[in-house]
Design a protein around this ligand. Sequence first.
Ligand SMILES: *Cc1c(COP(=O)(O)O)cnc(C)c1O
Length: 432
Amino acid sequence: MRFVSSRGGGEPVSLSDALRRGIAPDGGLYLPEAIPAAPLDRLGPDLPLPEFAAALFAPFAAGDALAGELVSICAAALDSPVPTVAVGAARPGLHALELFHGPTGAFKDYGARFLMGCFDRLAEGERLTVLAATSGDTGGAVGCAAEGRRSVGAAILFPRGRVSAFQEQQLCCWGDNVLAIEVDGDFDDCQRLVKAAFADAPLSIGHRLTSANSINLGRLLPQVAYMARAAVELHAASGVRPGFIVPSGNLGHGYALLLARAMGLPVGPVVLATNANATLKEWADTGHYRPRPSVATLANAMDVGDPSNFERLRALPSADRAVRVERVDDDAIRARIVADERATGYVWCPHSATAAEAWARLPEAERAERPWIAAATAHPYKFAEVVEPLIERALAPSPPLAAILDRQARKVRIGASLDRLADVLEERALAA
Ligand SMILES: *Cc1c(COP(=O)(O)O)cnc(C)c1O
């Protein structure tokens, strides 16, 4: 299997090269040259997620150096439970796919750990440095996934004073090969520095810089795996293809579900739940895709005005692209968290609440027709300052989140200049 750019430029590359490069030379995103059929006879509902994922990924890795490593990479990266939980009798047929039992409490753990496992095999004895700018969940997941690896270091830039106390702790608490860099500036400054570092050949080559952002295929593949597994599990139990509702930001889960369905997995209707950011809703209503600056909402990991995976979605054959979009503003997020907690005791994070609200807005007949799966993308404790006042009680951290609070935090602080970033990378020799 080879991978091509969504913009059509450049030569097709192997899976290893697509992962190592992250983005295609023409600025496009890597796509499989053809959509493979899933090996359905090997994807039973009782298969644990790591084995399910390795079997599902096999066609993508056919002929690649990683083919023989998939079983061990998946065993290490996908070892946290991903339960499908019935939300309660007051919400019949609604299931939460809980993606927050990994070490940093959001689904980004799966993709970050899978990608780092691949980098470990691809580094060929020389260390890679993952350079990332973060405003929230991604940086913590990447730092955690890089910790203690022989062949990977990570440098994570975050804007001073713009992340919550828990988020800062989660960025700054990892081992010696992970450096948290607090930048005197905003998130855009952090992103500008990262781009400038990649464009600076001596820096980029000298430190073997690589990226771990959400456009990397290695981040996406685990999203396909747990969605596909949940579909197989509920289909086996009910005889009906389950519907999916996913809280959408950069459209990773949205694209992952469409790809899984196109591969032949039993995925029913797909609903993309967004926050107040209107780009996708407008596209669904009018057919026009008009990117715009993002607006800030309670579901901040979904504050995206130009979802990067839209390029992948658009490249699918039109018959495979059928989705619906439901837009959920902050007032509806708050109301949904309160209503479901009162009716069922189940507590959603603000992102997951957009999916729960989109389910509640489905016509009654559609809800009754099949089981529905709402992706619960983060643990509500991560957003305690939003959720606790609404439900009028304290939330307990999950054991992994409690363990993060106990760790020692370290960071270096720099002005927003490439020279300063180059200095700290040199001093810390993450790529030595
Ligand atoms: C990143 C993130 C999202 C958005 O997911 P996409 O796959 O980019 O659409 C949703 N919820 C949470 C909690 C996230 O961290």
